[in-house]
Design a protein around this ligand. Structure first.
Ligand SMILES: *Cc1c(COP(=O)(O)O)cnc(C)c1O
Length: 340
């Protein structure tokens, strides 16, 4: 069996190991009971994210799923609904949490290849105020989506629609910092359009756990209550928040390396037989293989110590991250080239 360090794991940017420096930061974190609001490291992280992203307040959550869930619960109530992309994480990949735990129904809307929902279709899906219908409260966007950054003018148009129709706007910004880098803007240029945003510290930023939800003080108050109800009131969470602060200090600018390596991987795969590069955006490459070759590809990659995300989507997904270096990209390119 190969050791972990021999494996080039391109399944997701969630697979990273905390760096030695990050572990040091965690080791030395000042902590307190965060349910009492007394963890200085959690408080520092929350204040920093709120300020950086332009909100009154923020809330650390153990996972992105929980950050999105408590946002939906804080924005909506039983009998409300949110408008959301049919392929969006908050709709499709979070176990239906808003409906299961909040009695908030999703209204899924088809998405174009770039992840956007046609805003005219979004507007048509807003229900009239009438006892027949759920109360439409919220539009939920995702950025990046399949690695793509949402166009900034689309965010502005979505904001205008929400203002005109009295909806709140939540952004699942699990990879917000990748989106900002790809759009060549500060994260604030994206978040200024939304009422709340969740960002993951445990994806490209490389922390072992944690997401932050940012919004108005009132929304974050409500979300904090829901976080406790959901079992997410951690005590000395500063151990984990310290990793998040370290990531914000040291792992944001280097996302450019992940984007460059993804581009080099995509370029290196263009002339490989038996596969077709479908898309490459930020830190993600998607490739197509005929369905009857998928199992063979999985076995071939396995034999070469390469891991890819196979079977969740029609495409094979390859994601670059903190633990993928140039040599790893070369090995992946070679492995795909020797697949016939
Ligand atoms: C990863 C992710 C989340 C949150 O996932 P967790 O695994 O619960 O942290 C939410 N939205 C998107 C788009 C994601 O990629």
């Amino acid at each position: 069996m190969e050791s972990r360090s021999d494996i080039v794991d391109l399944r997701s940017d969630t697979v990273t190991q905390p760096t030695a420096a990050m572990r040091q930061a965690m080791l030395h974190a000042e902590v307190g009971d965060d349910v009492y609001g007394e963890d200085p490291t959690v408080n520092a992280l929350q204040a920093r994210v709120a300020k950086d992203l332009g909100f009154e307040a923020a809330l650390w959550c153990p996972t992105g799923t929980q950050a999105n869930l408590v946002a939906l619960l804080a924005h909506g109530a039983r009998g409300d609904e949110y408008l959301v992309g049919m392929e969006a994480h908050t709709y499709k990949y979070e176990g239906g949490g808003a409906a299961v735990l909040g009695s908030i129904q999703p209204q899924p809307i088809p998405q174009a290849d770039d992840g956007t929902m046609d805003l005219a279709a979004v507007e048509r899906a807003i229900k009239p105020v009438d006892p027949h219908f759920a109360r439409t409260r919220l539009l939920c966007l995702e950025n990046t989506w399949m690695g793509r950054a949402l166009p900034l003018d689309y965010l502005a148009a979505a904001r205008a629609l929400c203002d005109r129709r009295g909806l709140a706007l939540h952004l699942d910004g699990a990879r917000l910092y990748n989106a900002a880098l790809a759009s060549n803007v500060a994260p604030r240029a994206i978040t200024r359009h939304v009422d709340s945003v969740s960002v993951c510290l445990s994806k490209g930023l490389g922390a072992p756990a944690g997401s932050v939800l940012a919004g108005s003080a009132q929304l974050i108050d409500a979300a904090k209550r829901w976080r406790k109800v959901c079992g997410g009131g951690l005590r000395q969470a500063g151990i984990l928040a310290a990793a998040g602060l370290h990531a914000l200090d040291h792992h944001v600018a280097r996302l450019a390396d992940d984007h460059a390596r993804a581009a080099r991987l995509a370029e290196g795969l263009r002339d490989a037989a038996s596969i077709r590069v479908d898309a490459c955006h930020t830190n993600m490459v998607f490739i197509e293989v005929s369905a009857d070759r998928l199992q063979a590809l999985a076995a071939h990659l396995d034999a070469h110590g390469i891991r890819a995300s196979i079977g969740y989507l029609p495409q094979v997904r390859l994601v670059t991250h903190l633990d993928i270096d140039d040599a790893g990209i070369d090995r992946a390119i070679d492995a795909f080239h020797s697949f016939k």
